[in-house]
Design a protein around this ligand. Structure first.
Ligand code: C5P
Length: 236
């Protein structure tokens, strides 16, 4: 088995307003990180699990260390990309496939991990879980007059997808993409919001598999409320 999963959990979680790292925020009595690791363990598709944690965070390190998935723990960086790079540095030599997963998508069903892994096994170099978008999405720009941005276009909604994690990659290709990105200016680096974008910039084809409503990114208090009701519905 040559698949690894990196779960990035080094974000500050300021938007949740708990004053603790987001991965430590409780949902039905367990931290988001533990829920994320539960899903990864159930999916049973990786030989190595790497948890990227906030530097010096003893409580999260203890939770990860005691989790039955037995993750390798490493310290994250200032941006999500930096945290992914810390995780990549801990990959075992010879890793063929790597899944990058946000701890904030704590309730991602095991099937999504399996679908992403299966697509990689079948030969995809990059694969992301996606959902159709329900909102109409506008492109906007600022004309510099100090007013709110104005609309410059409306992409056809049928051609748009909302992107989730785990995002799966041919590991050597993702490593190459991250090596290139390491030399970018902070402004260039800030424009990269996911790993698939790096692959697109290398000219790699990125495939899609169906995502899941339960894989929502828990970012705000209402998200936490929604996640908690989803968790209740899951129980028999
Ligand atoms: O901040 P954002 O919601 O985009 O974070 C997505 C995921 O990336 C979260 O799981 C968060 O813990 C992780 N992250 C990280 N290191 C950072 C910033 C975010 O591991 N410096």
């Amino acid at each position: 088995e040559h698949t690894a999963i990196i779960v990035v959990a080094a974000g500050s979680g300021t938007r949740l307003g708990y004053g603790i790292p987001k991965a430590l925020v409780p949902l039905a009595g367990r931290s988001l990180l533990e829920h994320a690791l539960d899903g990864i363990l159930q999916a049973n598709c990786a030989a190595q699990i790497i948890a990227v944690l906030p530097a010096g965070d003893a409580p999260l390190a203890a939770l990860a260390g005691n989790h039955p998935s037995r993750p390798t723990c490493v310290e994250g960086g200032a941006t999500r990309s930096d945290s992914v790079r810390s995780g990549l540095a801990a990959l075992k030599p010879g890793t063929e496939r790597v899944l990058i997963h946000d701890a904030a998508r704590a309730l991602t069903p095991p099937e999504v991990f399996r679908e992403v892994t299966l697509a990689l096994v079948r030969g995809a170099h990059a694969v992301i879980p996606v959902l159709p978008v329900v909102d109409t999405i506008k492109q906007v720009a600022n004309d510099g007059s100090g007013t709110s941005p104005h609309v410059t276009g409306t992409p056809a909604r049928e051609s748009l997808r909302a992107v989730q994690t785990p995002q799966g990659f041919h590991a050597p290709t993702l490593l190459e993409a991250h090596e290139r990105a390491a030399g970018w200016t902070p402004a260039e680096a800030a424009a990269i919001t996911d790993d698939a974008m790096l692959m697109e910039m290398l000219g790699e084809r990125v495939d899609t598999v169906p995502g899941a409503a339960a894989a929502l990114k828990i970012t705000t208090k209402p998200d936490l409320t929604l996640a908690s009701s989803m968790l209740q519905e899951r129980k028999p």
